[in-house]
Design a protein around this ligand. Structure first.
Ligand code: SF4
Length: 499
């Protein structure tokens, strides 16, 4: 194998067109990898990316892991953006980069350069693993990372393709690397003895999948204790040996429901998977039952856990009511859980949009929300989120940066989901009251937002920010009709009460 590749057309990338890039990647021998990506992360109605470069998800997982080196192979502009974003989010770690030009790409030298970089980096005194991430152009050109050695002096080498034209969101890109690492660790564990995980609990453990607010695993540990269970290392993991601990669980909790490849590895290791999460009273009750049952815990212990925590959660929710109409959208994967919590506290939530795909692991949340008249839009586009917000005219819009920007331009109070909502606990008693104060603070400011609108009227128009923004909002299918019916039913109910 000489590593020679077929370069895609010049000017390709985010804006080069997905079909062109896919075609190039297939012609370059990447069909198997692309088919797996398309199966794991089914496309939505919109072209992507509408948010940051998806590869950021994989890069972040690698950079947050101890004794792991992460090397990017891609166009300099992509690597600049990814490196900038990593450091903006406090990576404090070196991002490796193997540059290329059309000549090194066409002659196969890029593959050789990557191989040399991997050999130079893979020092066992420094690293447990070296991750190489192919971005769009090297993937479309067929740079064969699967030909890299699997291990060098005991350092594992993991090469993955994370092209924007194959992985729809950066959330799912976290799963691409997490799944690849779990697979590697599972095969190691199946082949013989492996390192003991850090802080291995004596009790049977629950592995939670998803990047969670740091206090949440502690809170979940308390919920599990009456059932004789403990929280195990999370996925994405912080150290290689934690992967063995994550695999060695009694039950896997797919808290963030889009980790398809990671779930597949857990299933291959024989672990039962439980969806949803301990959110609010209803969510916690159902989750404790499902986890207890999957871990063969006796009914009285499950009841003991519920008796200990459900009244406490109920009391916190009652003490922190939310009286507001809120739309929820984001790309974190926890949007449905947040909406449940808001509704249990009394909020009206007509619309939840998530950039993530529909999977089995969010089915319970989807059913709970839909049975209460909420429109749940998977693979929601920015245009759909905006159209729903315009229709609903909420007291508060939770969403991504461009949605928040749009809301503010219309005088609607809005909060950035990632920084404000994901940065607080969500589960158990600690999560139950976490949203009320922030919702109240924002909705009180509505009048201030209206003043801002008149102050900034016309500034910066007709130009708009990037993010693939097209100022032609598209309604989420069926949303208007569903929302009209919900409003009519509510009006009728209010009238009946009045009579
Ligand atoms: S790697 Fe990311 S930034 Fe670069 S072309 Fe692909 S999607 Fe765009």
């Amino acid at each position: 194998m000489d590593g020679s590749v077929i370069p895609p057309q010049s000017g390709s990338g985010c804006h080069g067109g997905r079909e062109t890039m896919l075609e190039a990647a297939r012609a370059a021998g990447k069909s198997e990898q692309l088919d797996q990506l398309l199966k794991d992360y089914p496309r939505g109605p919109h072209d992507q990316p509408q948010s940051m470069c998806p590869a950021f998800g994989s890069l972040r997982v690698g950079l947050r892991m101890r004794r792991t080196a992460t090397i990017l192979s891609g166009s300099a502009c992509c690597v600049y953006g990814l490196t900038f974003t990593s450091h903006f989010y406090g990576a404090k770690r070196t991002v490796g980069y193997v540059p290329f030009n059309s000549e090194t790409l066409v002659r196969g030298q890029l593959y050789e350069d990557i191989r040399n970089a991997v050999y130079e980096t893979a020092k066992p005194e420094n690293y447990d693993a070296v991750v190489v991430i192919n971005l769009c152009v090297p993937t479309a050109s067929g740079v064969p990372l699967d030909r890299l050695p699997k291990v060098i002096d005991g350092v594992r080498i993991i090469g993955i393709d994370v092209p924007g034209f194959g992985v729809p969101t950066h959330a799912e890109a976290k799963d691409v690397l997490s799944g690849a690492m779990l697979r590697y660790a599972r095969l190691e564990a199946e082949a013989g003895p492996v390192q003991r995980p850090n802080n291995k609990a004596e009790l049977p453990t629950v592995t939670m999948i998803g990047e969670l607010f740091p206090a949440d695993p502690v809170g979940v540990g308390a919920l599990l204790a009456p059932m004789g269970l403990a929280v195990g290392p999370q996925v994405p993991s912080r150290e290689w040996r934690d992967l063995y601990g994550a695999l060695d669980c009694a039950v896997t909790a797919a808290i963030h429901p889009f980790y398809t490849a990671s779930v597949r590895e857990m299933q291959a290791a024989g672990r039962p998977i439980v969806g949803s999460a301990p959110v609010g009273v209803d969510g916690t009750e159902a989750w404790l039952s499902a986890i207890g049952k999957a871990a063969n815990v006796s009914a009285d212990k499950i009841d003991a856990a519920k008796a200990k925590f459900l009244p406490a959660i109920r009391a916190v929710i009652e003490a922190n009511p939310i009286n507001a109409r809120i739309t929820v959208s984001g790309y974190e994967g926890s949007e449905l859980l947040v909406a449940r919590l808001l509704m249990e506290a009394g909020a009206e939530v007509p619309y939840v949009g998530t950039a993530c795909p529909r999977t089995d692991w969010s089915a319970a949340d989807r059913d709970w929300l839909e049975s209460r008249g909420v429109h749940v839009q998977y693979r929601a586009s920015l245009e759909q989120d905006v159209a729903a917000m315009r229709e609903v005219k909420p007291d508060l819009a939770l969403g991504t940066t461009p949605l928040v920007q749009k809301a503010k331009s219309q005088g609607i109070p809005a909060l950035y989901f990632t920084n404000m909502v994901s940065a607080r606990p969500l589960f158990g008693p600690a999560g139950a009251g976490s949203m009320a104060a922030i919702v109240a603070a924002q909705t009180k400011g509505r009048e201030r937002f209206s003043r801002m609108v008149s102050f900034f009227e016309g500034v910066g128009t007709p130009d708009t920010a990037g993010y693939g923004w097209k100022d032609v909002p598209k309604d989420p299918p069926g949303f208007k009709e569903r929302y009209r019916k919900v409003r009519e039913a509510k009006a009728k109910a209010a009238q009946a009460v009045g009579n």
